[in-house]
Design a protein around this ligand. Structure first.
Ligand code: ZN
Length: 844
């Protein structure tokens, strides 16, 4: 059944308050609800419908009188008075057997919940929609030392606890946790003078020593939101709980954030620099949701980007402030191009605000999140920093306590800045990545830049209108000096010419600086021009991107014509690598080649059929040639990048390690792994240990280290996820499916844990040549496991089936095999609604 944005109607009844009592038991938890309803004066209908799924109704009453509602698999209806009334019910649920990890479930003996988007209806009968906001009071009874819910603690005793959340909230923000847990405690005093108790809750044992970094990140986030957005925390306590079995990264439940343990737990020995940065960002993200998501929530799930796009944008700003904006912008662009452009260019393309869905969980996508964040960035660029600040202040002022829409959001910007955003609003409605083509001319001191835009058709949207695209441009002279600093050109027409006057000679244009819009820039340049920008551009993003485009062109030529790479490429790389004035993190990014999937996409964009095997070979060959060209420089840089003293995850040390480890991977291609083996032996932190192991496995060595690693880390599930994943990542193309299959037979493999499943199968997808091995072995293996997983966990299955979303790119052999795998999944009896929707869309 498809749900449409255009069909939205206000709720028939509103909820003033909810009292919930939980009597916890693994397979027979009782949930007693007492809900104060009142007719919604805004409503068109008087039908009383409560969502409810997989609930056993024990009893129900209205104003104390027992009633017998009509119950269906999706909810109940019942005759109700025309005036405010109290609805009571008691239901029974079974957390222990809930393997979907949605609603109330158990993870390693701990009770926990995940309600977003529509999981609350698996807990009790309720109007489970975000525009119904209510004050919750919760009593938990259970023989467990720690019992948590939203809001502030009210009272507790032996085997029970009561919580009250004074802020009205939708049901998707409800949370409950019960377990044998210990807390890493701290506190924070808000700018308003409120003392807030902070806790990170984990199971006793090793995890207790992995909370300090997350706690620091939480305090930094709280301070940052006060300083930058003027937003303070609003309860007396803020709890975070680490859970091993979790479908996503984390969840912003009011006052009780629940985290995938991989997104909060870290220590020097067990987490990499990348893990630390991700944890810091996710803690910030969930914390920032308290204002952008919780205090102001979404009217309906079509508005998901209202909270997610904005909150991602905020966490990106935060990470930039903490760790440097240039590297952060590059990282974000890499993710956007690799994942969002791929989604936008394939069968799963959808608008940032979709017009319809079958299963909302299928729309927690890179498009809604990351492209949604890009829209906020463009808005900020268009109205300026002051305009943005005014608009955000107005947003919080006007909509605090609301369940709002994208229209509300845009109106705030229009009212605060006087700009007309009618055309800009298309970014929310039109799917597909716009292509901007550049041509230029120089005449008599005038430089003319002509930009042409085109957005390709996407499923359900054959015709596209011109978008409002901010294109940041700067000009350099041919000595590399900047003669026109960055300015924003507003591209609103299909074709538009912009003129720069009074120039002494034809400049070199640096276009789409800072990746000012999520578009594909079609700018034909020679290798020499790209190398020039790589050497001279004052905009760090475009400097990096010039190198990236150069690498992409080189790879393209190698795959297509077996062409020898241009010397300009190696020289440009060497110059950046040796430039000590450049930040090591930046140099590491320049040294990173495009992924094999990026190369495949670039070939598709050029109208060719990519051959993943040939792409793999070109990448290998280019890596070796880079190593040979830089041979003399590499050991010196490697030595320079050594970080002395105890490990710290700060950006500066992490940047040095990032460059050192890129260099190590290159050195390994010519020194037989000598240096990598030495680094492995000496490593006192996971970043160095894992990078060394990867460098060894990539050259077909490291089997002893692999065994030693397993012995050393078998007790630590997050580290073992790395062990599982790395072997698949580093397997050769013909061997990848075998390696993955062998790992699924390992005693520590379990498909009930999404992290472990993703460790193997996420890596299988990411190993492009291995996944697309022409035998089809990887396709079959993934399909077999997705069919098994769907019966347990539809959400994760539906997400991972997107591994097949590029099937139309490839040759007929691969297409046929992928289509067969998808057909097999589609034909599985009682396939979940989640996976059915995804497979149907992918097959088109
Ligand atoms: Zn979020």
């Amino acid at each position: 059944q498809t749900i449409y944005l255009k069909d939205y109607t206000p709720p028939a009844y509103l909820v003033d308050s909810v009292h919930l009592t939980f009597k916890l038991a693994p397979t027979t938890t009782r949930v007693i609800a007492r809900i104060a309803f009142r007719p919604n004066p805004q409503a068109q209908s008087r039908e009383f419908f409560l969502h409810g799924e997989q609930l056993r109704l024990i009893s129900a009453a209205i104003d104390g009188q027992p009633v017998t509602p009509d119950v269906t698999p999706t909810g109940l209806t019942c005759a109700v008075p025309n005036t405010p009334f109290i609805f009571e019910s008691e239901v029974e649920i079974s957390p222990q057997t809930n393997t979907a990890l949605e609603g109330l479930y158990m993870s390693n003996g701990m009770y926990c919940t995940q309600c977003e988007a529509e999981g609350f209806r698996k807990i009790t009968y309720y109007p489970d929609r975000p525009d119904v906001m209510a004050v919750f009071t919760v009593r938990i009874e259970g023989d467990l030392p720690v019992l948590l819910s939203n809001g502030n603690p009210v009272a507790k005793g032996e085997g029970w606890a009561e919580w009250h959340d004074p802020w009205p909230k939708p049901a998707y923000l409800f949370a409950l946790v019960g377990g044998n847990l210990v807390n890493h405690a701290d506190s924070f005093t808000t700018m308003e003078g409120r003392d807030v108790a902070l806790n990170i809750w984990v199971r006793p044992g090793d995890d207790e020593h992995k909370c300090a970094f997350g706690m620091g990140a939480l305090k930094a986030s709280m301070k940052w939101d006060e300083d930058v957005y003027g937003r303070a925390y609003d309860l007396d306590i803020f709890n975070i709980v680490a859970v091993d079995d979790f479908n996503m990264g984390a969840m912003e439940n009011k006052g009780l954030n629940i985290f995938n343990s991989s997104a909060v737990l870290a220590s020097a020995e067990t987490a990499t620099d990348a893990n630390f940065e991700r944890i810091e960002a996710i803690i910030a993200h969930e914390y920032f949701h308290n204002w952008t998501g919780n205090r102001i929530t979404c009217r309906d799930w079509f508005q998901l980007c209202l909270k997610e796009g904005l909150t991602v944008f905020r966490d990106q700003q935060f990470t930039g402030d903490m760790r440097g904006h240039a590297a952060k912008r590059i990282d974000d662009a890499v993710v956007l191009r690799a994942h969002q452009f791929r989604e936008d260019g394939g069968p799963l393309a959808h608008p940032v605000r979709p017009a319809s869905f079958v299963e909302i969980n299928n729309f927690y996508t890179v498009t809604v999140y990351e492209k949604g964040a890009e829209i906020i960035g463009m808005l900020k660029r268009l109205v300026g920093d002051d305009g943005y600040k005014k608009a955000l202040d107005l947003y919080f002022d006007r909509h605090d306590g609301d369940a709002a829409t994208i229209e509300d959001w845009l109106r705030v910007f229009e009212d605060a800045t006087g700009r007309d955003l009618t055309q800009f609003a298309l970014w929310y409605a039109q799917a597909g990545t716009p292509r901007v083509t550049v041509t230029d001319a120089f005449d008599n001191g005038n430089y003319q830049l002509t930009l042409t835009q085109m957005t390709p058709p996407t499923p359900g949207q054959p015709e596209k209108a011109a978008m409002h695209i901010p294109v940041a441009v700067g000009l350099l002279d041919n000595a590399g000096k900047e003669i026109v600093p960055t300015r924003i050109l507003e591209l609103t027409e299909p074709v538009q010419t912009f003129t720069f006057e009074g120039l002494a000679g034809k400049p070199v244009a640096s276009i789409l600086r800072g990746f000012s819009a999520p578009v594909i820039l079609d700018h034909t340049q020679t290798n020499a021009q790209r190398a020039f920008l790589l050497a001279h551009d004052t905009d760090p993003f475009n400097r990096w991107d010039a190198g990236r485009a150069l690498a992409q062109d080189v790879l393209h030529d190698m795959v297509r014509d077996d062409k020898v790479p241009d010397a300009a490429f190696f020289d440009g790389l060497a110059a950046v690598l040796r430039d000590d004035r450049l930040d090591p993190a930046f140099r590491a990014l320049v040294l990173g080649l495009p992924s094999q999937d990026d190369t495949a996409q670039a070939l598709v964009d050029a109208g060719q059929t990519p051959d993943p095997t040939a792409i793999f070979q070109a990448h290998e060959a280019l890596g070796l040639q880079i190593a040979q060209h830089l041979q003399d420089t590499l050991p010196r840089i490697y030595a320079q990048m050594a970080v002395t003293g105890p490990y710290t995850p700060d950006a500066k040390s992490a940047g040095k390690r990032a460059l050192g480890n890129r260099v190590l991977a290159l050195m390994s291609k010519i020194d037989g792994g000598r240096q990598a083996a030495a680094q492995y032996a000496e490593a006192d932190n996971m970043t160095q240990q894992l990078a060394a192991l990867g460098a060894l496995l990539n050259i077909g060595k490291g089997l002893d280290e692999l065994t030693a690693f397993e012995t050393q880390w078998q007790h630590d599930r997050l580290v073992m996820d790395k062990w599982f994943g790395l072997q698949v990542t580093c397997a050769g193309p013909e061997n990848t499916a075998n390696v993955a299959a062998r790992l699924t037979a390992h005693p520590a493999f379990t498909m009930k844990n999404p992290n472990r499943f993703r460790a193997v199968f996420g890596a299988l997808k990411a190993n492009a040549a291995g996944f697309h091995d022409p035998s089809g072995a990887s396709y079959d293996l993934l399909a077999d496991w997705l069919i098994k997983l769907d019966a347990l966990n539809p959400q994760t299955t539906a997400r991972m089936v997107t591994s097949f979303d590029t099937w139309k790119r490839y040759d007929t052999n691969r297409q046929d095999k992928m289509r067969a795998a998808l057909g097999r999944i589609a034909g599985t009896p009682s396939l979940s609604r989640d996976t059915t929707e995804m497979v149907t869309r992918i097959l088109g």
